[in-house]
Design a protein around this ligand. Structure first.
Ligand code: SF4
Length: 323
C-alpha cells in the first residue's frame, strides 16, 4: 500500500509526434499523443492507467522512464528533475526506473542463457561477478524459476515463464519505480492471475511503486490503489480504485466500466452508451476532447476544455458536468 508522499510528480507533460507527410510531401502536422497531463504517483502505490488503444497511455509510461523525450512539461522523480537530467547523471539514475512490457521474452537474445540475460544490467552497472551471481539466482528464485533451470535458453520456457524472467531482469537493478505496460495481456488467461499475483508480491517484498498500463479493467481492479483514465492524450478522471469503480464521475469512465465483461454469464456487459471511434489525435476536437461522443454534451463543452478538478477528497475529474 502507498505511503503518503509522491515518488513521481508530473506537471503539464506534453508529447507531440510529427504526423508524417501526404503523397505530395506536405506535412500532416503534429500528433498530440500526450496533452498537458499532471498527476502524482505515491511511494509504494500502484497507479493504473486505462483507456482505449491509441489514447496515449503507453507513450505516457515511456515518457516517465525517459525512453522518449517530452515536448514540454516536467517530471520530478524522488525530488529530482528527471526531465533536466542528461549524460552521466541520467545513466546513473536509470537503474531506479524500469519497464516490464507485454512480451518481455521477445526482446531476449535467443543465444544467451537466462542467467546471463538477467545478469546483463548488473554487468552494465559494473557490479562485481560474485554479487551479480548471487543476486541473479535469488531473484530468479523470487519470480518462480528454479535454480536448475538458470542455464537454459529462452526457447526452453513457456510464455508465462519468459515473462517471469523479464520481470526478474527488470528488477535486478533494485528499481524504485516500474512501468508495467500490459504485462499480462499476451498471456493465457489461466496464467495471467499467477503473474499479476507475482507482481503484487514483489511490490510488497521490494517496496516497489508501479504504473500499471492496461486496457483490462478486471485486472486493473485487482491490482491498483488508484486509477487514472486517459482519453485522447489527456487524463479525464483519477481517483481511488474502489471509489472510481463504484461511483465513476466522468461519462467516458462510465462507458468503459459499462462495457466491462462480467463474471457471471447472466450479467452481460451493458451496451456502451458512447458511439463512434476515438477522434484523431492529429486534429483533436475543440473544448472537451470527448464532446463528439459524449451523450450529455452541452454547447460549452465544444468551447472550453475542462481542467482536472477535485471532486471529493481524493478524486479529480475533467468534466463541466461530472456525475
Ligand atoms: Fe461530456 Fe461536456 Fe463532460 Fe466533456 S465536459 S465529458 S462533453 S459533459
Amino acid at each position: 500500500m502507498a505511503d503518503a508522499g509522491p515518488l513521481i510528480e508530473v506537471r503539464s507533460l506534453r508529447k507531440n509526434f510529427p504526423g508524417g507527410a501526404n503523397a505530395w510531401g506536405k506535412s500532416k502536422g503534429m500528433v498530440q499523443a500526450v496533452a498537458d497531463v499532471s498527476f502524482d504517483i505515491r511511494r509504494g502505490e500502484t497507479l493504473a492507467l486505462v483507456g482505449e488503444s491509441g489514447c496515449g497511455k503507453s507513450t505516457l509510461g515511456r515518457l516517465l522512464l525517459r525512453l522518449i523525450e517530452s515536448t514540454a512539461g516536467s517530471i520530478s522523480f524522488d525530488g529530482r528533475d528527471l526531465t533536466a537530467m542528461t549524460g552521466e547523471t541520467l545513466r546513473r539514475a536509470r537503474p531506479d526506473f524500469q519497464l516490464i512490457f507485454q512480451d518481455s521474452g521477445s526482446a531476449f537474445n535467443p543465444r544467451m542463457r537466462i542467467s546471463a540475460i538477467v545478469e546483463e544490467p548488473l554487468r552494465i552497472m559494473g557490479k562485481p561477478a560474485a554479487e551479480r551471481k548471487d543476486k541473479v539466482l535469488s531473484l530468479l528464485q523470487n519470480v518462480g524459476i528454479d535454480r536448475n533451470m538458470v542455464d537454459r535458453f529462452p526457447h526452453e520456457f513457456s510464455g508465462g515463464q519468459r515473462q517471469r524472467i523479464g520481470i526478474a531482469r527488470a528488477l535486478v537493478s533494485d528499481p524504485k519505480f516500474v512501468v508495467c505496460d500490459e504485462p499480462v495481456s499476451a498471456l493465457d488467461v489461466s496464467i495471467q492471475g499467477q503473474v499479476v499475483n507475482l507482481l503484487m508480491d514483489l511490490q510488497r517484498d521490494f517496496g516497489l511503486t508501479y504504473l500499471f498500463v492496461s486496457h483490462d479493467l478486471r485486472v486493473v481492479r485487482h491490482v491498483s490503489d488508484r486509477v487514472a483514465v486517459m482519453y485522447l492524450g489527456g487524463i479525464v478522471e483519477i481517483g481511488p480504485c474502489k471509489e472510481l469503480y463504484e461511483r465513476p464521475r466522468h461519462p467516458y469512465t462510465k462507458a468503459l466500466l459499462a462495457a466491462m465483461p462480467r463474471k457471471r454469464r447472466e450479467e452481460q456487459p451493458k451496451p456502451a452508451f458512447v458511439g463512434g471511434d476515438i477522434p484523431s489525435a492529429r486534429n483533436p476536437p475543440s473544448g472537451c476532447r470527448f464532446h463528439t461522443r459524449c451523450p450529455i454534451a452541452q454547447p460549452v463543452c465544444s468551447q472550453e476544455r475542462p481542467s482536472l478538478r477535485p471532486d471529493g477528497a481524493a478524486h479529480q475529474v475533467a468534466c463541466h458536468f461530472p456525475d
